[in-house]
Design a protein around this ligand. Sequence first.
Ligand code: SAM
Length: 384
Amino acid sequence: MTWATGTLVGPLTVGPPAHGGHCVARVDGKVVFVRHALPGEVVEVVITEDTHDRYARGDAVRVLEAAPGRVDAPCPVAGPGGCGGCDLQHADPSTQRELKRQVVAEQLRRLGGYEWTGEVEQLPPASGLGWRTRMRYQVTPDGVLGLRAHRSHTVVALPTQGCLLAHPDQPVPAGDLVPGSEVVVAGRGDEVSVIVDGQLAAGGRTVTEHAAGRAWRVSADGFWQVHEGAADALVDAVLAGLEPRRGEAAWDLYCGVGLFAGALVDAGVSVRGVELSRRAVREASRNVPEARFEAGRVEQVVRRWPATVDLVVCDPPRTGVGRAVVEQVVRRRPRRVAYVACDPASLGRDVATFAASGYEVHSLRAFDIFPMTHHVECVAILAA
Ligand SMILES: C[S@@+](CC[C@H](N)C(=O)[O-])C[C@H]1O[C@@H](n2cnc3c(N)ncnc32)[C@H](O)[C@@H]1O
């Protein structure tokens, strides 16, 4: 069975959440990944993509029987055909976290062979709005500030109030916006930088962030945790899990501007860090002069590093660390490894690779540092 894009299908009874911000429904054995629906709901679905034999994608456009966690989306451009940034605004915050809990548990069970029984932890503000300290806007061909639609280059114009996820102390770009341009806004309060198509338009090249008891200089368009409370929450989880001892040696892999390295140095640990971005490494060296940083690919650089290490933090991009890095890490027999993961599927695969070398999950916490979206961050502590 193949549907043309735009076909209305249903009523469908919606099943469990799946990784990626949708729930699973079935029509005659074919899976339909339905966005903007909740488990247990009966909905009508518009097909948005059907290019595979076994599954199609669709948006719930009419809810015939609503689940208890359903709410009206706070943003007028969230929902079917709207902005692609938020995919869970139709659920109240505790329902969002429950959906993410199920996804994390399922990915770890299926890919990692690990039974997780925890909860996804909430960060303030409880509304799930106003937490983003970094925004990457697109400008429509008409010169209106917008964000991209889901799986599309189409730019959806934002209402004049801007994006509800943006921090309230961050200005909404206004005035003469160049059609088709990209506008990055970083920082808040009296330190805000604006970068238009890679060129600094206002503020400084870097902004100051405060976390883990330190101040950090970070490029306005470089990597820093976007949720205002995320850096502290993740550092706390990593330190609590690693239980660093004075005099130990640690590696901070995928170190960015040195967040975890700084926290470990302050715990009396000597730290080496590695990061692909040369600019981030320069900033890390200034932020944490007590640690040694190298620019390069983790998988190549760590081969040259010492034969033993006590503690390892890895905070890779969505693809995870992969077998080559796991092998380099376990060869050093660290006492503990803290794995900070933004993709539970990659984490599940890497957990299985660690387990094959005798490193099991000692504890795992998950944090809702991307409310209103399906994204979730995990901190797994592994030990032999
Ligand atoms: C999720 S960020 C973590 C940054 C840092 N730990 C923090 O919390 O601020 C992932 C980082 O990995 C870097 N990266 C991506 N691939 C890499 C690779 N193969 N080797 C080293 N760094 C890499 C990116 O540049 C990015 O800074």
